[in-house]
Write a protein that binds this ligand. Structure first.
Ligand SMILES: *[C@@H]1O[C@H](CO)[C@@H](O)[C@H](O)[C@H]1NC(C)=O
Length: 228
């Protein structure tokens, strides 16, 4: 028996099985994305309050999105693991507050959460089952109070404009990490503070510096922070 051949052969087998594992499910980090309801609603499309009523004037969760270090991301990773409402029945009261849907027509949030699970959550199911995925998202929201952080820096949702730099600086001071800010435009075409992205490690428990920033819409240097 040629030992050297055997060694190489076993090594090849190991590398092959590792690559199968990696292809089936892998990602490098998460974007944790929160949205300002005032900016979601103040667009041409407008919005619809949830069936339970107008949410609090606070940032709401949009999603926890697995991403690769090269800027691409996986989606819809496991159609055999659809959203199951019963798995998160203990979380839905908190989710109605922290993760409300403002899409039209009015809803209780289930279709929003289902979409987030099936498009993004299934791509991190090797690390987090459905309950853990939503629980981790709620925990992350509680780790950094974005609205309070901005208010402390004198940045209030009052319809005034603030420099993009001052908003980034405030979030960096409050969270310890550099955010990505996404803007949208109001009915008059003004750039406004829409979503704040922070990066999270692959265990979904710790904020990290972003390995890469999204390519999404850029903001003007002065952006509006509308009321809600
Ligand atoms: C949904 O989750 C519940 C609670 O874990 C479980 O009993 C039920 O079988 C699940 N339903 C489906 C369709 O998998």
């Amino acid at each position: 028996m040629n030992y050297r051949f055997c060694y190489v052969f076993i090594k090849l087998l190991i590398i092959q099985s590792m690559s199968v594992l990696c292809v089936s499910e892998s990602f490098d980090f998460f974007y944790f994305v929160q949205q300002w309801p005032g900016s979601y609603c103040d667009t041409k499309h407008s919005c619809c309050y949830p069936t339970s009523g107008k949410p609090a004037a606070d940032f709401g969760i949009h999603g926890l999105w697995p991403n690769y270090n090269d800027g691409t991301y996986p989606s819809y990773c496991d159609s055999n693991n659809p959203f199951n409402e019963s798995e998160i029945s203990d979380l839905t009261n908190s989710m109605k507050k922290s993760w409300p849907s403002l899409a039209c027509p009015s809803s209780d949030g289930l279709s929003f959460w289902s979409h987030e699970w099936e498009k993004h959550g299934t791509c991190s199911e090797s690390v987090l089952n459905e309950h853990d995925y939503f629980q981790a998202s709620l925990n992350l929201k509680n780790q950094v109070d974005l609205l309070q952080t901005l208010k402390t820096a004198g940045i209030e949702p009052n319809g005034e404009s603030y420099s993009l730099e001052s908003i980034k600086d405030a979030v960096e001071k409050g969270s310890g990490y550099t955010p990505w800010i996404e803007c949208n435009t109001d009915r008059s075409g003004n750039s406004q503070l829409y979503q704040i992205y922070l990066c999270v490690d692959a265990s979904a428990s710790n904020f990290i510096e972003c390995p890469v920033f999204p390519k999404g819409k850029k903001c003007g240097s002065q952006i509006e922070f509308p009321s809600f």
